[in-house]
Design a protein around this ligand. Structure first.
Ligand code: NAG
Length: 352
């Protein structure tokens, strides 16, 4: 009898947990997504109830079953915000074929972005070519951009006449996941050759950042190769709640200004398990960025990890709450370089 009461109690707790987590998603799916992701389904609560309940084998089985149902319910509601399946949008269906795929990607994005059930934008194995393009938000629901193929930048300089500073831009997109195991290639050689840092006789001109996330929230960027950026590889600007993991970011040692991951005006960003070797900083953190964690980064060649920027006098631009742990440096000119003194920083477990 005692074990039965304990069981009722367990069921009750699990049920409350279903309701409360589902409610959270309903209230504000945009804001809650990452918090849900971080706190998740707190399985640590349950073992104590299991130990009382498992005297009765059958109830225990039911409990396990219910628990896995709770998990799958959570999975579904996390992806779509509701338990409806997400729409699949394949860029090949829009004619993407490696010629100039800019408009085709734009159309695919528009369809995905206006889908209220959420969308999975699939970029199948193949090589695609893009001019500068903006993936405009906000979108109606969560989007996953699944890059299995190779996305290559146009290296025709005239394609960058309108905006010479960006290639791929995600502008005000919330709840976006970019992943897929594919490659994003900035095709930057032509820009490096024309850099005044490489050829001192040339005037200094700006070059495009390969991927920019601007004013975006709740981002996951993982399992990708990003290489040969025209200038910086990935830049998070004025963004919030960002998880970056398992990126391989590479460009030649001599390529100018090719920071791996640049963080500016961004809050709550975790960069983990990534290999970065470029011609400039592996990671650079500037301009009011707050709560930045970098862990298990393999950095080199390059300039190391830099925090703060030189010559910033404005107090609101202070960088704060930066933690770097478990970084490995090889062939870098610096390890972690702190450029300003106004920051609270923890640097632990470094291997050189
Ligand atoms: C990391 O990303 C690569 C693709 O760049 C992928 O092949 C690999 O499976 C990923 N590793 C993990 C642990 O997800």
């Amino acid at each position: 009898m005692a074990s039965r009461r304990a069981l009722v109690c367990s069921f009750f707790i699990i049920f409350v947990s279903i309701i409360s987590s589902y409610d959270g998603l309903q209230e504000d799916p945009l804001n809650n997504y990452l918090e849900e992701e971080a706190s998740g389904y707190d399985s640590r609560v349950y073992p104590s109830h299991y130990s009382t309940a498992h005297e009765d084998g059958e109830y225990f089985k039911n409990l396990v079953k219910l628990r896995s149902e709770v998990f799958s319910l959570q999975k579904v509601s996390k992806v779509g915000g509701k338990s409806t399946p997400v729409r699949t949008v394949n860029v090949r269906d829009f004619g993407a074929d490696g010629e100039d795929d800019t408009e085709k990607f734009e159309k695919a994005w528009k369809e995905a972005c206006s889908s209220s059930e959420g969308a999975n934008v699939v970029v199948p194995r193949y090589t695609y070519r893009l001019k500068p393009i903006t993936f405009q938000g906000p979108c109606k629901s969560k989007i996953t951009l699944q890059v299995n193929g190779v996305i290559e930048a146009s290296d025709d300089l005239s394609d960058y006449k309108e905006d010479g500073r960006h290639w791929l831009v995600f502008d005000r997109v919330q709840n976006l996941q970019v992943e897929g195991g594919g490659t994003i290639d900035g095709n930057g050689k032509i820009w490096w050759q024309n850099s005044c840092k490489v050829d001192k006789t040339l005037p200094c001109k700006d070059a495009p950042t390969a991927i920019t996330f601007y004013e975006s929230r709740n981002l996951v960027v993982k399992n990708l190769k990003i290489q040969n950026a025209q200038k910086m590889h990935v830049s998070f600007e004025k963004s919030k709640n960002v998880q970056v993991s398992n990126l391989t970011v590479t460009s030649p040692e001599g390529s100018p200004n090719t920071d791996g991951i640049h963080v500016t005006g961004t809050q709550n960003i975790q960069i983990t398990d990534s290999v970065i070797g470029t011609g400039d900083d592996c990671i650079s953190i500037v301009s009011g960025s707050k709560n930045v964690q970098a862990s298990d980064i393999t950095c080199g060649p390059g300039h190391g990890i830099s925090i703060g920027s030189l010559g910033v006098h404005n107090s609101k631009d202070y960088v704060s709450g930066v933690t770097v742990s478990g970084a490995k440096f090889s062939g870098t000119t610096n390890g972690v370089r702190i450029k300003t003194w106004q920051i609270k920083t923890t640097v632990t477990k470094m291997n050189y």
